[in-house]
Design a protein around this ligand. Structure first.
Ligand code: G4P
Length: 534
């Protein structure tokens, strides 16, 4: 059986994520075009961007999964939205991968969204491979780029290739391991790029090929690389301390294969994961589940609707963590404590989908969802465990949906419920007056909900800003403390989509006062009760 390689791409919007995704799929035999020079926005090619709204805005707003085989590995590529308003979605996607490809626009260096996404990778020490993209355009000096990454992202860069020139003068890359030059301009076939031995940079063929000026620069650069930069240590890469760095152009499919080869050879196989035992709360005991365990376990990290407009369907993406998943075999849905059979588990290849008979640790499969599943749901062969690490984050913006047509109240309720289960926004209910409140980390999330409520549920609503700036998830030392607190702060209490009690924050000052007055109550920054508010 092929070893699994489950990874995601992170980048600032426009750094080239869509473009590189197409090329990776092309190498995986998914996008069948002659030269891999596929235009993404209009053709019917592999494209991780499905939704209409996204096409209108030209940004990536939902993640998706693409599976393909490459040499000895079965690859699962998970797309992540680049836009900051959807960082929760990205966080959840990153819980399901073992490694990450970071794309950098070489003219710009590290950009804001990359910093945010990198922080998320840090939380889990995810190993990262870096691709410096767009070298066919004017770019920053490679040393400046590496320095930029090291300083801002605090990760040690180890170049695997070195660029020769950039923009119109981009000649290709020097492979630091094989000491060969791979030509940019003469490499018409991305599978077999034109190569030239460059172990002696003074050889007339080399000087002729790249010209004396670039040769001088390359020689000086390589001396600096040799004396200043570290070599790759596999354990440091796997611990997220070092990142191997490649240079190239995704658009021209140059340097991408090297990246994929690196993933194929070195990216980690499925790792052990933590799960909580009943009662699954913050004090619950944990168990480490090894991917080699016999019994099947997995968890849902994403729910996506409308992947195929024709089918109007909703798919829950499940990551298999241990054992073997078998189509039509009974599996145990831990939250509802019910057994179920999955008759049509799906595997995704760009726009196509197939039914899979079995799946193994590291695999991502899609389950048709009629509303039964939620993000974070765990599946087993009967054991009661709950995979950890898929929290909700405190929203910072709140809106109260107001129906234009009161007859549609039921539709709206259903729509809001389903959209919040998908993680599009979070839904809260104020316990004092039953008022529904949508909470989001980024304003675009509301646009998505508005659009989808209209498009899919035929519900037209207006949105009124609510006077809250955050929520904190609450824990009490005992029931009495809880009752007293709920009485005193009734207009501040909300429950989230999973019936957890929250404190609605109107101002930081309010929160501070409530905390000071109630030392027996803990206020948490996220729904997994990981980080306390101080
Ligand atoms: P994203 O998913 O990270 O947002 O980026 P995407 O791949 O959509 O790329 C953003 C723009 O950058 C696109 O141009 C794309 O063609 C271009 N691009 C990506 N990689 C390279 C590269 O290696 N070299 C050069 N020169 N350009 C690159 P666009 O004009 O916005 O879109 P399109 O009309 O070309 O599709």
């Amino acid at each position: 059986m092929k070893k699994r390689c489950t990874f995601a791409i992170i980048s600032h919007p426009d750094a080239g994520k869509t473009t590189v995704t197409e090329k990776l799929l092309w190498f995986g035999g998914v996008v069948r075009s002659q030269d891999g020079m596929v235009k993404s926005k209009s053709g019917n090619f592999a494209k991780s961007d499905w939704m209409e709204l996204e096409q209108q805005r030209g940004i990536s707003i939902t993640s998706s999964v693409m599976s393909f085989e490459y040499c000895n590995r079965a690859m699962h590529l998970l797309d992540t939205p680049g836009h900051k308003d959807f960082s929760e979605d990205t966080y959840r996607t990153l819980t399901a991968v073992e490694s990450v490809l970071m794309m950098i626009d070489s003219a710009k260096g590290v950009e804001t969204q990359t910093i945010k996404l990198m922080e998320v990778c840090r939380l889990r020490d995810t190993p990262i491979i870096t691709f410096m993209n767009k070298f066919d355009r004017d770019s920053l000096d490679p040393f400046e780029l590496l320095d930029n990454i090291e300083k801002i992202l605090n990760i040690q860069c180890v170049p695997m290739t070195w660029p020769i020139g950039h923009g119109l003068d981009f000649r290709g890359v020097y492979d630091l391991v094989t000491k060969k030059i791979r030509s940019f301009k003469d490499s018409e076939n991305p599978l077999e790029p034109f190569e030239m031995d460059a172990s002696d940079l003074d050889h007339p063929d080399v000087v002729n090929f790249i010209g004396p000026v670039l040769k001088e620069k390359l020689q000086a650069d390589l001396e600096m690389v040799d004396s200043l930069l570290p070599t790759l240590k596999m354990d440091e890469y796997l611990a997220g301390i070092q990142t191997p760095v490649f240079f190239g152009s995704a658009l021209r499919n140059f340097g991408v294969k090297e990246v994929l080869d690196m993933f194929e050879a070195n990216a980690p196989t499925p790792r052990a994961r933590k799960a909580k035992l009943p009662p699954y709360d913050m004090n619950a005991e944990e168990r480490i589940i090894e991917p080699t365990e016999d019994k099947f376990t997995g968890f849902v990290f994403k729910i996506q609707a409308n992947m195929d407009k024709k089918h109007r369907d909703r798919v829950a993406f499940m990551r298999v963590c241990s054992g073997k998943f078998t189509r039509n075999a009974k599996i145990f849905h831990v939250r509802s404590e019910k057994e179920m059979k999955i008759a049509t588990p799906l595997i995704f290849q760009a726009r196509d989908r197939d039914i899979v008979e079995e799946a193994f640790p590291g695999d991502i499969i899609g389950l048709h969802d009629t509303g039964k599943f939620q993000i974070g749901d765990t599946f087993t062969e009967g054991e009661k465990i709950q995979y950890t690490g898929i929290p909700s984050f405190a929203p910072e913006i709140f809106m109260k949906p107001i129906l234009k047509d009161p007859m549609k109240a039921k539709h709206m309720e259903k729509g809001l419920q389903q959209l919040s289960e998908e993680g599009a926004t979070q839904l809260f209910v104020r316990t004092s007056n039953n008022e529904k409140m949508l909470g989001a980390v980024g304003a675009l999330q509301f646009d998505v909900v508005k659009f989808r409520l209209e498009d899919e549920y035929n519900v037209h609503a207006t949105y009124e800003p609510a006077p809250f700036v955050g929520v904190r998830w609450l824990k009490f030392t005992d029931k009495k403390v809880e009752e007293k607190f709920r009485d005193a702060y009734s207009s501040y209490i909300m429950i989230d989509g999973k019936n957890r009690l929250c404190f609605a924050v109107r101002t930081e000052w309010d929160l501070k006062l409530a905390m000071e007055k109630n030392p027996d109550v803990s206020f948490y920054m996220n729904s997994d009760y990981i980080e306390k508010h101080h």
